[in-house]
Design a protein around this ligand. Structure first.
Ligand SMILES: Cc1ncc(COP(=O)(O)O)c(C=O)c1O
Length: 390
């Protein structure tokens, strides 16, 4: 057979996730009958509410399942804009709202609309790895903005100025953040926005975990001005990961170009999921999503206390999302080795911090607290045994 052509250099720069090998091994152990506790994937495990099952049934029976407009069903774009009015007191033009296949689709539209080949984009380290990978795929020059565990991984405007370079055109950050759970508060977001604007760039805020905040104010970067791009998703607060729906609120003047990208990248977001999303955003389920948030907060507290007692290091309890980003107890340097051995010996699956960042992240784990309380308690028992046995 002839030697295959090498793959595109840009594509080969996309790094694999270490956690995929953990996940694969976890599945193999389960196939052998082991009871694996999953704390590696970022997925809430709540059942689909009956009202959404019904909405899906009704849509299949009564609606056309053909393509919708590329920017999504007009009623859904309006419902999203209305939600910003009701929850955050903001008047968002539905023409700026594009419904997308997951927050992932919205990130691609945002980066594709803002960045030219070789434009610089600042992303946080640690941060959500797809941010930098998607930026690579649009040909951007990715620059990292290192965050500090001692500051509970918080980002402020001074760090933005310190790492801005001549060719940088955008700052992309997530709040609440994956993997750290850190939330940029309202005042800091305003300062960051003012700094990015003064530097001539565009602020892109990934609010995929919006609503999943515990003691702090739930807010949106859209309040900073109409020049901000905001990404959001039905995956996390609404627990609809597999339905693949999210949205972009494009900066003023960018919606047209983002829509053309949508037309060409994927034609339209999934139709059935859009009908389900309309029901998810309605008032009927608001109480259910808030009940879930309260459960997640309790699980965060349970796991934070348990891990702290076992000697894991965290500067502060994270304010949002559903992850703890915890340094290994002294003596355990390597997160990947730890995660692999923990899975083999105690059947607990966690994600090595090196999937999210460089340097100190090697000695950190990202642990999701999406499992039920009893499973989290059992995970703590297993972790204690594992640490003692070594
Ligand atoms: C920070 C962040 N942004 C975006 C996404 C993409 O999620 P989805 O495409 O399911 O909306 C994720 C998924 O984990 C995430 O953690």
């Amino acid at each position: 057979m002839a030697t295959p052509m090498p793959a595109a250099r840009r594509a080969t720069r996309i790094e694999p996730f270490q956690v995929m090998s953990i996940l694969e091994r976890a599945k193999a152990l389960e196939a052998q009958g082991r009871d694996v506790i999953h704390m590696e994937v970022g997925e809430p495990r709540f059942p689909l509410p009956a009202a959404l099952v019904e909405a899906a049934r009704r849509a299949v029976a009564e609606e056309s399942m053909g393509y919708t407009p590329s920017a999504g069903l007009p009623a859904l774009r309006q419902a999203i804009a209305t939600r910003y009015g009701e929850r955050y007191g903001l008047d968002i033009d539905p023409a700026r709202v594009l419904v997308t296949p997951g927050g992932s689709g919205a990130l691609q539209l945002a980066l594709g609309s803002v960045l030219d080949i070789s434009d610089g984009v600042l992303v946080t380290d640690p941060g959500y790895p797809c941010h930098r990978h998607m930026a690579v795929m649009v040909g951007a020059d990715v620059r990292t903005l290192p965050l500090d565990a001692g500051d509970a991984w918080r980002l402020d405007a001074a760090q933005v100025s310190a790492h801005w370079g001549e060719s940088v055109r955008a700052l992309l950050l997530a709040s609440p953040a994956n993997p750290t759970g850190a939330v940029v508060d309202v005042d800091s977001m305003r300062r960051i926005h003012a700094r990015v604007r003064a530097l001539g760039g565009v602020l892109i805020v990934d609010e995929t975990y919006q609503g999943l905040v515990y003691e702090v104010e739930d807010h949106t970067a859209l309040a900073c001005g109409s020049d901000v791009a905001v990404v959001n998703s039905l995956s996390k607060y609404f627990g609809l990961t597999g339905w693949r729906l999210g949205w972009l609120v494009a900066p003023e003047g960018y919606a047209g170009v983002a829509e053309r990208l949508a037309q060409n990248l994927y034609l339209a977001p999934p139709t059935l999921a859009q009908h389900v999303a309309l029901a998810a955003l309605g008032p009927e389920l608001a109480g259910e999503f808030e009940r879930r948030r309260a459960l997640l907060r309790r699980r965060r507290d349970l796991l934070f206390q348990g891990l702290t007692e076992l000697g894991f290091g965290m500067a502060a309890k994270p304010d949002g999302a559903f992850y703890l980003f915890a340094s290994l107890p002294p003596r355990w340097g390597d997160g990947l080795r730890f995660a692999r051995e923990l899975l083999e010996r105690e059947a607990v699956a966690v994600t090595p911090g090196s999937d999210f960042g460089s340097g100190a992240c090697q000695g950190i784990l990202r642990i999701a607290y999406t499992a039920e309380d009893a499973r989290l308690r059992e995970a703590l028992v297993r972790l204690r045994r594992f640490l003692r046995a070594d």
